[in-house]
Design a protein around this ligand. Structure first.
Ligand code: CLR
Length: 368
């Protein structure tokens, strides 16, 4: 009950929610960017497909496959959704996937804003010439027993070979099970994946109480370029389980994807001793150790150390009349081509966006 009250007074600021110890996670939100590419085979697959229609289907398949990790992995590994550590400005999470068939896929995740929290990331595989960049923040609001989260930001998936760009919007979600102390995420609303080729997918999410009655359900439609309201494919099922594809022209149906049969490739991260002080796992290691044994006092002491250090840095910057320099991302005016994609996706385009600076990363100390 104390927890639900704390939720009610949090006024949508996620960081100010005082969660009970068993709901605290030892993982920082900067890590969550990894969920976009834990299936490197599906991440690079679109780059090998010559037909633009089939390529759009492959991009959609990769996207659907990422949802299980993004939204159910805490429940699967830890028994419930958890409250992640609130990243500090400049916090970095770096790693790579090494697989026989795909080679190296790299991840750079950087906390580019602390208040409001915004994480920017880039994931790239040079062998296949694919890159995902994006950023996200959360806006929370509270009703009696649920926490509603709107995601701010978007993701951009690029395939060099076809000079193709996909603009991906992020779904809204809410946290259920709070009253029982067993929180879990349910997605709501929709995602649009708008390709520069003109193909577009609209995905509608629903949970237990809605159209299929099953949790983690979705229905999606893929539209050909030209703006016809008739889809060429439709998809439905559970993103954490099985889904089917239906060709709307031939009416033939088949299994599309089974999330329970696809296994993630764990990200490789440097050993703690080799990490820089601003790297997520290194910076939070004492807090994480305290969370693991639910030592509330130490969690508090170690968190305060980080917070005080950050406050001192901000004070110093203010005195010197400068701002914290982001390592690998800059907040710049969005390009006309991306603004067009956002408009095609049915959004009001952002004026400024967080853009990855690959050269800065390549010449910096964090390449791994
Ligand atoms: C972050 C961006 C990822 C997808 C994602 C998955 C789970 C979300 C997380 C995002 C943001 C923070 C989040 C979390 C689930 C629970 C957590 C909303 C959107 C909140 C802050 C936890 C509140 C405490 C409850 C567990 C009670 O790509």
């Amino acid at each position: 009950m104390t927890f639900l009250k704390s939720l009610a007074t949090s006024k949508g600021d996620i960081a100010s929610i005082t969660a009970p110890p068993f709901i605290l996670s030892a993982t920082s939100l900067t890590e969550y960017s990894k969920f976009w590419a834990e299936l490197p085979d599906l991440f690079v697959a679109p780059s090998m497909i010559v037909d633009p229609e089939e390529r759009a289907v492959a991009v959609f398949k990769w996207f659907i496959a990422t949802l299980k990790g993004q939204y159910t992995s805490r429940n699967e590994a830890l028994g419930s959704e958890k409250k992640p550590l609130n990243p500090f400005l400049g916090e970095m999470f770096l790693g790579k996937w090494e697989t026989d068939d795909e080679g190296t896929t790299s991840l750079v995740s950087e906390q580019v804003s602390h208040h409001p929290p915004v994480t920017a990331y880039a994931i790239f595989n040079d062998i296949y010439g694919v890159e995902l960049t994006g950023y996200n923040g959360q806006k929370a609001s509270v009703s009696t027993t649920t926490l509603n989260i709107k995601q701010v930001g978007h993701a951009i998936y690029k395939i060099n070979k076809f000079d193709e760009t996909y603009y991906i919007t992020l779904p809204a979600l809410h946290i259920e099970g709070l009253f029982y102390g067993a929180p879990y995420v349910e997605l709501e609303g929709s995602t649009v994946i708008q390709s520069s080729s003109g193909y577009k997918v609209k995905i509608d999410y629903s949970g237990k109480g809605y159209f299929s009655g099953k949790k983690n359900s979705y229905k999606a439609k893929l539209f050909a370029p030209g703006g016809s309201s008739k889809p060429i494919y439709s998809f439905s099922g559970q993103w954490s389980g099985k889904s089917t594809i239906k060709d709307e022209r031939t009416k033939s149906e088949s299994i599309f994807y089974d999330a329970t049969e696809h296994h993630i490739v764990p990200l490789q991260i440097k050993d703690l001793e080799e990490q820089s002080a601003y790297e997520s796992r290194k910076a939070w290691s004492k807090v994480a150790a305290a969370v693991a044994v639910m030592d509330y006092d130490t969690i508090h002491v170690e968190k305060s150390k980080i917070e005080n250090e950050q406050r001192a840095l901000r004070k110093q910057e203010k005195e010197e009349g400068r701002e914290w320099t982001r390592r690998y991302f800059s907040f710049v005016e969005d390009s006309e081509s991306l603004k067009k994609l956002a408009t095609d996706a049915g959004l009001v385009p952002d004026k400024n966006v967080w853009q990855f600076n690959r050269d800065a990363f390549e010449s910096g100390p964090d390449k791994c």
